[in-house]
Design a protein around this ligand. Structure first.
Ligand code: GTP
Ligand code: MG
Length: 348
């Protein structure tokens, strides 16, 4: 039946859903697809009750055009909120960290480079951000990447706070930015709208406290909660191979608590958490909801945006990882085949 449909396959090859429907139709059958596919069957039902849920820190993503000051803004916040005794410990840049403010409140920040499409994260269905800070340099225009960031936040229903950055510059013109925002229907509070905004200088630290207050105000309204008393699950922020330490992955716990010794499946990688480090490289024994940590012990580098979860049963985690890898391999063989056929076509 496949051949007659022009689909060249062998007996033990997986078929696309569309092809399956056609083939079944040839034989007079109807196919019903079950929602519980490979991935989902591995996901436990969320059975948290209201009493299980405890307040958690907001997860704030900083987005905006290249060079508008996202990293500077985060660096300033991090520098000024280092708890006494911990200063000097900041070693390297990582894309996620948690800060504790003077009043004891915590905020988790995610940095996204301007050149890297935030789409990748959302495309994998990993909705992880509670609040988006859109950084716009006040000496520049609302640029394409800024517009993209705004529409991502809007599409995801994530509240935005506009940071009008670089107001220390003599040619800064925040009103020009407000104007351009209003022409795309983003009306800031000063102009009678409902989008919070704050003029800042990430370089000199002007009004950074006011910006953080706005983040906390927004977070309070969202009443963010999670159950810390279960096996952890969350999302991969970044991962790489470290010469001395093997694969290191920065992950963000969304619910539950991750502990050293837990068995983790992340995308198609898995392994026992050998060690956990905070953003300053300090060892941790456990990490609860909204906390980003770097973990050691996975057998490879999962992809940013992959979901992770803890398994009681090591074998189950391994078998899902193997199946995912197999599916991916088949997928890539198939695409390669198509390429060769295309090339052939061109040559003929
Ligand atoms: P990408 O990650 O490449 O997208 O850039 P970014 O948005 O993280 O910008 P980054 O923080 O690297 O800042 C870009 C440049 O702008 C640097 O040279 C900063 O020193 C400068 N800059 C950032 N904020 C300010 C500010 O408030 N005032 C002034 N004068 N310069 C700033
Ligand atoms: Mg940056």
């Amino acid at each position: 039946a496949c051949f007659s449909l022009g689909v060249m396959v062998t007996m033990n090859q997986r078929l696309e859903a569309d092809t399956l429907l056609l083939v079944a139709d040839e034989f007079g059958y109807k196919i019903e697809f079950s929602d519980a596919d490979l991935e989902e069957s591995a996901i436990e039902e969320d059975t948290d009750t209201e009493e299980d849920l405890l307040p958690r820190a907001p997860i704030v993503t900083v987005m905006g055009h290249v060079d508008h000051g996202k990293t500077s803004l985060l660096d300033y916040i991090r520098k000024t909120n280092v708890i006494a005794g911990e200063s000097g410990g900041i070693t390297q840049h990582i894309g996620a960290y948690n800060v504790q403010l003077e009043n004891g409140q915590r905020i988790t920040f995610l940095d996204t480079p301007g050149h890297e499409a935030f789409t990748a994260m959302r495309a994998r269905g990993a909705q992880i951000t509670d609040i988006a800070i859109i950084v716009i340099a006040a000496d520049d225009d609302v640029m394409p990447q800024t517009k993209e960031a705004i529409s991502h936040a809007q599409a995801a229903g994530v509240p935005m706070i506009i940071a009008l950055n670089k107001v220390d510059k003599p040619n800064a013109n925040p009103d020009n930015v407000r104007q351009q925002l209003s022409s795309m229907n983003v009306l800031v509070e000063e102009w009678g709208g409902n989008v919070q905004s704050q003029e800042v200088s990430a370089k000199f630290g002007n009004n950074m406290d006011a910006l953080l207050d706005k983040v906390l105000l927004q977070a309070e309204m969202l009443e963010l909660k999670a159950n810390p008393n279960k096996n952890a699950q969350g999302v991969v922020i970044e991962a790489s191979l470290d010469k001395g330490r093997g694969y290191i992955s920065t992950i963000l716990v969304q619910s539950g608590t991750l502990k050293v010794g837990d068995y983790v499946l992340a995308g198609k990688n898995h392994g026992k958490v050998k060690a956990m480090l905070d953003e300053r490289g300090k060892p941790l024994e456990s990490a609860g909801p909204s906390i980003p940590v770097t973990i050691l012990g996975l057998d490879g580098a999962p992809t940013a945006g992959d979901k992770f979860r803890v398994f009681e049963d090591e074998r189950e985690a391994k078998s899902i990882a193997t199946k995912r890898e197999q599916l991916q391999r088949e997928q890539s063989i198939r695409t390669k085949k198509h390429l060769t056929l295309d090339e052939l076509g061109r040559r003929i």
